[in-house]
Design a protein around this ligand. Structure first.
Ligand code: 13P
Length: 259
C-alpha cells in the first residue's frame, strides 16, 4: 500500500533551540507510524541539529529551497551537497512564496529539480494557481505549464523520486482551504499529466500532496479526498499538537482503508 506523507514547512520560523525543542517533543508521538512518512522542513540554520536528532528516528529531514549550482559565487545560497551534509533527504522546490515573492521562474525551478535528482535529494515540487488565475478559468493551464516546465525531459526513474505538492496560492496562510472537489480536480489533472508523460502505473505511484490551510479540523475530510496522498503543512506544523493531530488523521484514514 502507498505510504502517505505529512510534511511540515516551517518557512522562516523557529530558531535552533525552538527547532530542537519541537523535534524532541514530536518524536515522542510519532514512534509507531505504519503508513505515514513524516518530513520536517526547518529553516537552513536548524537543518544540521535537527538532522542529528532525526538520525535515530523514522522522521525525515527536508529543506525549503536550494540553489541549482554545485558551488561558487552565489552569496546567500545553499547547494544540494550542503543540504546532504546535514542529512537532508528531501527538498521543497518551487514553493509559491519562492515563485511569487522571490521571482523564481519555471526554468530556474527546473534546473533546481535536475540538480536535486542528480545529487540524490527527493524534490517536493510545488505547483498552484493564484486566485486571479482560478477566477479567470486558468487553473488547469497554469498547473500544466508549471508541471511541464518542471518535469521536462525526466526519465521514469527520476520522476519516481519526485513528490508533487498542489498548493493553491489563495489557500496558503489564508485560512481558506480548497474544497474536496477543487483539490481532487487539481490532483486528478496532475495525475493525468504524469500518465501522459510517463504511464498510468507511475502516475498512481507518485505522491501528490495538498497544501494550503490544512488544519486538524479539515484534515480528515481532505485526506479522504480522491488523489490526495498527504499534506504539506505550514501554520499548523509550527506546534506539535495540531501537527500530530493531522498525522493521526492520515493514519486513521489509511487504517480504515486497509480493513
Ligand atoms: P499554510 O498551511 O500555513 O496555509 O501553508 C501552506 C504552505 O505553504 C506549505 O508549504
Amino acid at each position: 500500500m502507498k505510504r502517505y506523507i505529512a510534511a511540515a514547512n516551517w518557512k522562516m520560523n523557529k530558531d535552533v533551540q525552538e527547532s530542537i525543542d519541537f523535534t524532541n517533543h514530536l518524536t515522542k508521538f510519532v514512534l509507531n507510524l505504519k503508513r505515514t512518512d513524516v518530513i520536517l522542513c526547518p529553516p537552513f540554520t536548524s537543518l544540521f541539529n535537527i538532522g542529528e536528532l532525526l538520525k535515530k528516528t523514522t522522521v525525515y529531514l527536508g529543506a525549503q529551497n536550494m540553489h541549482f549550482a554545485d558551488s561558487g559565487a552565489y552569496t546567500g545560497e545553499i547547494s544540494a551537497d550542503m543540504l546532504k551534509s546535514t542529512f537532508c533527504e528531501y527538498v521543497i522546490l518551487g514553493h509559491s512564496e519562492r515563485r511569487h515573492v522571490f521571482n523564481e521562474s519555471d526554468s530556474m525551478i527546473h534546473k533546481k529539480l535536475l540538480t536535486a535528482l542528480e545529487k540524490g535529494l527527493k524534490p517536493i515540487l510545488c505547483v498552484g494557481e493564484t486566485l486571479e488565475e482560478r477566477q479567470s478559468g486558468r487553473t488547469v493551464s497554469v498547473l500544466k505549464q508549471q508541471y511541464t516546465d518542471a518535469f521536462a525531459g525526466l526519465s521514469e526513474g527520476e520522476m519516481g523520486n519526485c513528490i508533487i505538492a498542489y498548493e493553491p496560492v489563495w489557500a496558503i496562510g489564508t485560512g481558506v482551504v480548497a474544497s474536496s472537489e477543487q483539490a481532487s480536480e487539481a490532483h486528478k489533472e496532475i495525475r493525468s499529466m504524469i500518465a501522459s508523460q510517463f504511464n498510468l502505473r507511475l502516475a498512481n505511484e507518485i505522491r501528490i500532496l495538498y497544501g494550503g490551510s490544512v488544519r486538524p479540523d479539515n484534515a480528515e475530510e481532505l485526506i479522504a479526498t480522491a488523489d490526495i496522498d498527504g499534506f504539506l503543512i505550514g501554520g499548523a506544523s509550527l506546534s506539535v499538537e495540531p501537527f500530530v493531530l493531522i498525522i493521526q488523521s492520515i493514519e486513521n484514514y489509511l487504517e480504515k482503508q486497509e480493513k
